[in-house]
Write a protein that binds this ligand. Structure first.
Ligand code: AMP
Ligand code: MG
Length: 344
């Protein structure tokens, strides 16, 4: 049975918004589902300590039970209760990057239900920087388990319209505070391996982490000893629009050629177009003005919006230049490679 999803529009003034955030906190306490803005993307939140509430997250998203959730706390003291201990390296990282788009994987404490961690002995924790996320966690009085507020496998939601498109009728509430500033998910760093492993590149770059704590591995890279890396909770196809993503080398000439090639195969073609780059003159091309090439912050912020917008223009494929494997570009690259992976 579908439920009515209430959309609460926030003003951005936390004092004025307080009653609405209190209302959302009460929904979380009662075991309900609330979609809310974080600095990365919109999250689908439930009381992390209530297994029945967490089960509803998996149902609403149609997320497989093997894919563990990130638990969000308002501060380091709240995170401390979720893990066995915070090692010194976690404290160092927390001081530099928390609140912010960094998630740490650590051995879990007993109070974290197994359904949250998909039965693993570790838990992923972070402190979101968005003032609404902070206020919601405090109003709920409990840590909040929250994956992205999309149907499993779809591009992540960076505004409340995206959330409604995927989850209306399945969740109690959406807190609408406009578009999210970072636009891609948090970096997931596993601190149980030596050296630590980036399980998912995200809003904090590998380079920034390495400046602080030295070398870290990236999932998919071979370890020095040749041992296999730990199994990820991530799937090769993810973040995908309903139409094929066609990736091309990041040069204007290759981009025009790729759109031209796509026009030979598809009636209507979408293009994620960097500022100043050309697309072939054709009524059959729909161009999304993505942002200045190499301005990775803007390109990351607008990535998922571009995919969802082009999908709505009824294109049959989307052409996109593939960024290099460095800094925040690595995160955009990772999302695009997964979005372009053939259906499993
Ligand atoms: P989402 O919140 O949907 O963007 O995805 C969260 C991601 O965090 C999952 O896909 C996992 O890759 C990762 N994750 C969460 N918990 C764990 C864990 N205990 N161990 C390893 N990875 C985790
Ligand atoms: Mg997700």
């Amino acid at each position: 049975m579908p439920i009515e999803t209430q959309r609460l529009i926030l003003t951005g003034d936390l004092v004025q918004d307080a009653p609405l955030i209190e209302q959302a906190g009460a929904v979380i306490r009662a075991g309900g589902l609330v979609a809310f803005p974080t600095e990365t993307v919109y999250g689908l939140g439930a009381d992390a300590l209530n297994p029945d509430a967490v089960r509803r997250i998996f149902e609403a998203k149609e997320r497989p039970a093997w894919d563990p959730l990130i638990v969000h706390g308002a501060d380091l003291e709240q995170l401390r209760l979720l893990v066995q201990e915070l090692p010194p390296v976690a404290e160092t990282l927390a001081q530099a990057f928390m609140p912010g788009p960094l998630t740490l994987v650590l051995p879990k404490s007993e109070r974290v239900p197994d359904i949250v961690t998909a039965g693993r002995p570790t838990v992923a924790v972070r402190i979101p920087a968005h003032p609404v996320a902070q206020a919601l966690i405090r109003a709920s009085g409990t840590p909040i388990a929250a994956p992205s507020a999309n149907r499993f496998g779809r591009p992540s939601p960076t505004n409340a319209d995206h959330v409604m498109a995927d989850l209306a009728g399945r969740i109690e509430l959406v807190l609408d505070a406009g578009p999210t500033p970072v636009g891609v998910e948090s970096t997931v760093l596993d601190l149980t391996t030596q050296p630590p492993t980036v399980l998912r590149p995200g809003g904090i770059s590998r380079e920034a982490i390495e400046q602080l704590i030295g070398h870290v591995c990236l999932l998919g890279e071979a370890l020095p000893g040749g041992q296999p890396l730990p199994a990820p909770g991530t799937s090769p196809r993810h973040y995908a629009p309903r139409v094929p993503m066609l990736l091309c080398p990041p040069e204007p000439a290759a981009f025009v050629q790729a759109v031209q090639d796509a026009l030979n195969l598809y009636e209507r073609v979408g293009a994620m177009t960097p500022e100043g780059w050309q697309v072939p003159h054709s009524q059959r091309v729909v161009s999304y003005e993505w942002g200045v090439w190499r301005d990775w912050q803007v390109l990351a912020k607008r990535l998922f919006e571009g995919m969802r917008w082009l999908e709505q223009q009824a294109v049959q494929a989307i052409v996109c230049p593939l960024p290099p494997a460095e800094q925040l570009a690595l995160t955009i690259r990772d999302r695009l490679l997964r979005a372009a992976h053939p259906p499993l």
